[in-house]
Ligand binder design. Structure first.
Ligand code: COA
Length: 181
């Protein structure tokens, strides 16, 4: 099926999609997702503006992708995810289409690289490759074989090394969990 024949559309995420996207992520990953190392990098941080996309079909949300701003050592990068497709809509090419749109837009925005934690056998389809073990470290336990990267500018992945941190904090949280007044 060519992209023009697909019955679903990839479009930018709108603010009013947020509740449905959260529900999709909850259904796809469960509440345990908040305990994962990648989520440490999203705490108190908004997703990158203009890089959230959804798949929509006849008014229904079929899938979603977001990216978060991170720093690796001294270099800015993007963390891909969550990427999720409704369980009864998987295998239709929606996940790949969401990633292709996000990657295209990230490149247009001038970002240099994207990293993620996931299955190489899936993400290799859009160009991701495993990073050499030990080159970058997450703020918590991560299976090194699942740390993948994609250069958006020539050979950037070769230069990435060090700790992955949040690029900035949008919503500081006090030690007691309350937002800073
Ligand atoms: C992973 C996910 C986003 C894929 O979405 P999708 O729309 O079904 O993917 P596509 O239709 O674009 O691609 C389907 C192909 O990828 C393969 N694939 C899907 N998930 C895979 C995985 N984790 N590892 C390897 N291959 C995978 C399918 O077997 C299928 O292969 P085929 O084309 O040879 O039949 C979806 O299954 C999902 O939401 N899963 C739950 C959340 C999740 O795990 N997100 C990824 C976090 S790392």
């Amino acid at each position: 099926m060519t992209p023009r024949e697909q019955p679903w559309q990839i479009r930018p995420e709108h603010p009013q999609d947020a509740a449905l996207v959260e529900a999709l992520n909850e259904a796809s990953f469960g509440h345990g997702r908040f305990a994962k190392s990648a989520y440490r990098l999203r705490e108190g941080v908004d997703p990158v503006a203009g890089l959230g996309f959804v798949a929509a079909e006849e008014g229904d949300l079929r899938g979603s992708i977001r990216f978060w701003p991170v720093v690796i050592g001294m270099e800015k990068s993007l963390l891909l995810g969550p990427l999720a497709v409704q369980s009864d809509q998987r295998g239709r090419g929606i996940g790949i289409a969401l990633m292709m749109r996000g990657i295209e837009e990230a490149r247009a925005q001038g970002h240099a690289s994207i990293i993620l934690v996931g299955d190489e056998s899936y993400y290799v389809r859009v160009g991701f490759a495993a990073l050499p073990p030990g080159r970058i470290c997450f703020p918590g336990p991560v299976d090194q074989a699942r740390i993948l990267g994609l250069s958006l500018k020539p050979n950037v992945l070769l230069t990435l090394t060090g700790e992955v941190r949040r690029a900035h904090i949008d919503h500081p949280i006090c030690a007691d969990g309350a937002p800073v007044a």
